[in-house]
Design a protein around this ligand. Structure first.
Ligand code: MLT
Length: 246
């Protein structure tokens, strides 16, 4: 997988703490938070939600609620008091959300989105559910690509890193020879994907957040979240909102 060929680089940032080491201008940043933020964002767009406003502070969610917005979100998996629903992808499949804007606030995913929301970077959301669609869009931008794993409270997360590996593998193989990687975290993530790809759902049984979700009775999303390419959405940050530009 190590390759010096190709004009553009693809790298993987395993933790928000490492972001200052990766951050550069004129880059496509693919944020991933498989359990559950970016999987939920993709589910929302498949359900024709109009847009999602990611926020990091609970006070901001409350302010949006007071203005009449639909507010969703969780902390440590539990629904926020000010929210109408939590962060399960199934919450975002309700027909009543179609053509609506939803404010989302999560423990790691929306924090990561807010972190990269500056400069001239193109910021988009990736999950197993939209992997090919998001990678095809990212490679078409003809820029360096960084896959940013939201992780868990700055820790490495197996599910996000596994997605990163599957995305790097796809980008190098399908990027018309335009992409290379000399990034050890990208190479390690591809090695993980090689190990897991025959049965990613089984592999992810080991993940810490899988066990956290089970303890809270929120692990009904596992099968759904590990499915590859079940939708074609391309969620991209435009100003303060995420919209589907597919
Ligand atoms: C997050 O953003 O931290 C997650 O998506 C957590 C979750 O929903 O369980």
């Amino acid at each position: 997988m190590y390759s010096e060929k190709g004009k553009y680089s693809v790298e993987v940032c395993f933790s928000p703490l490492s972001w200052p080491l990766f951050e550069k201008d004129n880059t496509v940043v693919i944020i991933t938070d498989i359990f559950r933020a970016t999987t939920s964002i993709c589910a929302a767009f498949q359900n024709k939600v109009k847009s999602i406003i990611p926020v990091a502070d609970i006070e901001e969610s409350i302010a949006y609620k007071e203005k009449g917005y639909i507010v969703s979100g969780e902390r440590d998996g539990k629904k926020l008091e000010c929210a109408e629903f939590g962060n399960s992808p199934f919450n975002f499949m309700e027909p009543g959300l179609q053509n609506k804007t939803v404010v989302m606030n999560t423990t790691n995913g929306t924090q990561a989105i807010k972190m990269v929301q500056k400069g001239d970077n193109l910021v988009c959301m990736g999950a197993f559910s939209n992997r090919d669609a998001i990678c095809n869009w990212a490679t078409a931008q003809k820029r360096n690509i960084i896959i940013f794993c939201a992780g868990w409270k700055n820790r490495f997360s197996l599910e996000d890193s596994l997605f990163a590996g599957s995305a790097v593998d796809y980008i190098i193989k399908n990027g018309n020879g335009d992409f290379h990687t000399m990034c050890d975290s990208a190479i390690a993530s591809v090695d993980m994907w090689e190990e897991a790809k025959s049965n990613p759902r089984q592999y992810i049984e080991k993940a810490a957040h899988r066990h956290r979700l089970r303890k809270m009775g929120l692990d009904d999303i596992l099968d759904y979240s590990m499915q590859l390419n079940i939708n074609q959405c391309v969620p991209v940050l435009k100003g303060i909102e995420i919209v589907d530009i597919a």
